[in-house]
Design a protein around this ligand. Structure first.
Ligand SMILES: [Zn+2]
Length: 43
């Protein structure tokens, strides 16, 4: 019963920005549910 690692990660839900709907890249720190663009303090 071997499940490939790629298959495992493909089944994981992708994080999506709650503002623009863009894909959120996983980071060491959790910034919540918005992408880098929307999380920018200057915006
Ligand atoms: Zn966004």
């Amino acid at each position: 019963m071997m499940i490939s690692v790629l298959e495992f990660f493909r089944n994981l839900p992708k994080k999506k920005c709650h503002r623009c709907g863009g894909e959120i890249h996983e980071k060491a720190d959790c910034y919540g549910n918005v992408c880098d663009e929307c999380d920018h303090p200057a915006r």
